[in-house]
Design a protein around this ligand. Structure first.
Ligand code: HEC
Ligand code: HEC
Length: 640
């Protein structure tokens, strides 16, 4: 579109208005969420200021592009001055001209909502986009100048594709499914890496393999390829969900892992722990591989550190080659794990429980990230510099790979003084608040206070009766707290949460800030109607059923669809501590993203809640509904 003088005036006017608004409220809160390195720029995505900040070679901010709709991922076109940004809630890809610092196109995604990850192959032929609803990998063919996006293919993936990595062939993609799913042949829910490949001359023929991580894995947020394409590296949380939470010591609750996947056999080779014996490496959020394939760098968002792994050495150890000095180290009267593994490779699963293995083999170095909440990494093409996006510090840190003590940190721009909500956000994401730093609140309450898809066996309501993680959205409006209403009010529950994970008294100021953050969380409208407008009518009919003959609204009432009371709806676990079978009516807001359901997470779909796990017909009047009406009711539940 050509711009007429009056349009120009309007645009300038619009910007002036925006500028005034920002100034009236002072400087923005700054939160680097993603970083990419171009030929002569480092590009950082500031999520809360909604800006793409271009830094020059000296890391001086040299240009800014305003974005919309919770921008959460960025990638660049190799050799071209272009960036692509995922504007999540606006459901669009913004194409940014990095010479003029402006959005030149916005492309809506047809058939998918909430883009959360992006990648371009190294020849700049394909743009890959991961959407959360439904969970899909969209493949676009890029025109010669990189600004034309021709939709080619959409491949279903598992759940919340938080990160993508492209193999050297350009057509094999590793997808990090952040949240766990139920997979055939796997005991217990787990997150998985999907390996997708397609044939450009016959795009209809694509292939996907899902490679499960060890059961209890969640928070899979980073994947990277080895330069030769032989391996995929994935970083994630590994919950010890099968043991009760009686103590945090030595990773009895959450550990943090690196899984290595062989892309030829499409199998997981090994999972090793990033933690140390008495110190967790909490919330791994991203991983990059050095261009020569010798080192991995992992960002620990909860511990505010990086881990450097000598991955080439680790591969040699996994292949059974143990250096002499290591061979001689004994582990309490027996040969150490690497020697035992060499002699019996089938013991490789022991690594999933071994907090000392990487340290013992001297392949791991932990170092400060240069700021708080490191969420993303990028490495320069010569491998000399690692860039770290420190979310809560509003800064970018450049670290020399030759000497990691040499580093430089720059701010993305003038920043607002943190208020209670912002301070609370850092507390929520800060693993230093937990004993030995094993996890943060965000480890289990992912995506800003929501769920990890796992069940945990806390002590307060007895042992042997795990509870599915509850979303914290609207917590002050959904009292009492916990599935068994073990705490009456939200503030006390937050204070208890901090205390029990920290094992020492917490200052009131800290609880107040954390509570301010949680109380400010609001439900996000369901993105599903965006994907399929045809759902609107069934959802409207479903609402009538919900309030009418299905008899749901008696208990599920008010803005969060809960009466705040305990009821027995026939889902009792039979555990002696909960023989009455009564549970706190849960909020139904955001059901579209909080699977699994019911107090112990037994149901993976809403249909299962209403049918498979409602055999005794005590949960509403589902028996009065026809099959079509049940579909309508579910359409309504997914729209909440
Ligand atoms: C190990 C995983 C895990 C961690 C870490 C964790 N939570 Fe939870 N949280 C849960 C589970 C599981 C429940 C449900 C417990 C139940 O129903 O008895 C829950 C419930 C809650 C509730 C009650 C919500 C409601 O509406 O009933 C609050 C509040 C809460 N957590 C806050 C926190 C805070 C604050 C932190 C950090 C200090 C935290 N949690 C850390 C797993 C976790
Ligand atoms: C007598 C009160 C009552 C009625 C009526 C009722 N519910 Fe529930 N609902 C509950 C309780 C209590 C739970 C928690 C059960 C559990 O955790 O095992 C629940 C759980 C749910 C869940 C799972 C939510 C989650 O996140 O785990 C859904 C979905 C749900 N109800 C939908 C409905 C629908 C649809 C109807 C009408 C057909 C209905 N409910 C009628 C009390 C009720």
């Amino acid at each position: 579109m050509k711009t007429s003088p009056s349009m120009l005036f309007l645009t300038i006017g619009g910007l002036l208005v925006l500028g005034t608004l920002a100034n009236a409220g002072g400087n923005p809160v700054r939160s680097p969420q993603a970083v990419v390195v171009g030929d002569d720029a480092v590009v950082v995505l500031d999520r809360t200021a909604a800006e793409l900040v271009r830094l020059d070679r000296n890391l001086k901010p040299a240009g800014r592009t305003l974005l919309t709709g919770d921008p959460c991922a960025v990638t660049i076109a190799p050799g071209k001055p272009l960036a692509y940004v995922a504007e999540r809630t606006a459901n669009r890809i913004a194409v940014v001209d990095l010479q003029q610092d402006r959005v030149i196109r916005r492309v809506s995604i047809d058939g998918g909502a909430w883009p959360v990850s992006l990648a371009v192959d190294r020849d700049g032929r394909w743009l890959y986009v991961g959407t959360a609803f439904p969970a899909k990998l969209f493949i676009y063919r890029l025109g010669a100048d990189g600004t034309d996006l021709e939709p080619l293919l959409a491949v279903p993936v598992l759940r919340w594709p938080a990160d993508l990595a492209i193999g050297p062939d350009g057509v094999t993609v590793a997808v990090a499914n952040q949240l766990p799913v139920r997979l055939e042949g796997v005991t217990g829910p787990t997150a998985a890496v999907s390996l997708v490949s397609f044939n450009p001359s016959d795009p209809g023929r694509w292939h996907r393999s899902d490679i499960p991580l060890p059961p209890g894995s969640s928070g899979l947020r980073g994947v990277a390829f080895s330069p030769d394409g032989h391996y995929v590296y994935a970083v994630h949380g590994l919950g010890r969900v099968r043991s009760p939470i009686t103590q945090l010591e030595r990773g009895w609750v959450n550990t943090n892992a690196l899984s290595i996947i062989d892309t030829v056999s499409r199998r997981r080779v090994a999972t090793v722990l990033l933690d140390d014996l008495y110190r967790g490496a909490a919330d791994p959020a991203d991983v990059v591989c050095s261009p020569d394939g010798s080192r991995l760098w992992v960002a620990l968002a909860g511990s505010h550190e990086l881990v450097r792994i000598n991955i080439a050495d680790l591969h040699r150890l996994l292949q059974g080659s143990v250096p002499g000095w290591l061979e001689r180290i004994e582990d309490s009267m027996q040969a150490n794990i690497w020697v035992r593994l060499r002699d019996n490779p089938s013991l490789v699963r022991l690594l999933e429980n071994d907090l000392a293995a990487l340290r013992l083999a001297r392949v791991k170095l932990r170092l400060p990230a240069g700021g708080f909440g490191p969420r993303a990494l990028a490495i320069s093409s010569d491998g000399a510099t690692v860039y770290v996006a420190n979310y809560f510090s509003g800064s970018l840190t450049a670290i020399s790979t030759a000497d990691p003590t040499r580093k430089r940190t720059v701010l993305l721009g003038p920043m607002a003084e943190p208020d209670a909500v912002r301070r609370g956000a850092l507390i929520f994401h800060d693993a230093r608040r937990s004993f030995q730093h094993w996890h943060s609140c965000a480890t289990c309450h992912q995506h800003g206070g929501r769920v990890d898809g796992l069940s945990w066996d806390f002590v307060a309501d007895g042992l042997g009766n795990p509870k599915d993680t509850v979303s914290l959205i609207g917590l002050a409006e959904t009292e009492p707290m916990n599935r068994r209403a073990t705490v009456a009010n939200a503030y006390d529950c937050v204070r208890n949460g901090l205390f029990s994970t920290n094992l020492k008294p917490v200052e009131r100021r800290v609880v107040d800030d954390l509570f301010a953050y949680l109380a400010a969380l609001r439900p996000e409208p369901s993105p599903l109607p965006l994907v399929d407008p045809k759902l609107a009518e069934p959802a409207r009919r479903g609402k009538q059923l919900f309030e009418g003959k299905a008899g749901c609204a008696g208990c599920h009432s008010g803005p969060y669809l809960t009466d705040g009371k305990m009821h027995n709806v026939g889902t009792g676990s039979g555990h002696w501590e909960e023989a009455d079978g009564r549970y706190d009516t849960p909020s139904l807001r955001e059901l579209y993203r909080t699977a699994p359901y019911l107090h112990d997470g037994r149901a993976w779909t809403l249909r299962e809640v209403l049918t498979t796990f409602n055999r005794r017909q005590r949960h509403g009047h589902v028996e009065r509904l026809s099959a079509a009406e049940l579909d309508d009711l579910i359409a309504y539940l997914l729209s909440l």
